[in-house]
Write a new protein. Sequence first.
Length: 165
Amino acid sequence: MQPGETLTRLFISLKMRICKKCKIEKDISEYYVFDKERGWISWTCHRCVIEKNKTIKYKRPNHISVIHTRKYVSKFPEKIKARNASWKIKSLNKENHMHHWSYNEQHYKDVIEINRILHRNIHRFIIYDQSVFMYRIKETGELLDTKEKHMKYIFSLKFDLNIEI
């Protein structure tokens, strides 16, 4: 037996705990475990933690995540509209991402399905041109104004980077 092991067994063997937030006695499985070895278990239940996390952005309008979201939405409203228009499109593989090749209104639902690793790498080599709502190749500045051009560039990158789809 190691030092502290008896303490760990004592905490984990407890079956019930009173939540500090809602003051309801709940089973120990209703709490987060921070460190199993030391037996550190949260004093606030799952439900109260989730409720706190839901309301924290509304209580703190100057929270950094809220500020970044507002800036992004105001800077790229066409991207938000395209995302909202295409969110119901089902991918063939759940791990794949949907890549918008254009943010013009007629192309909102016209997306390219690619794996997440390739998607992340593509955005290293292209830049968004907000004046035409399309991407350009960083090196050459060439506008990828058709889906075919975009796909051709993606597949050339795929082979250059040796990424499997």
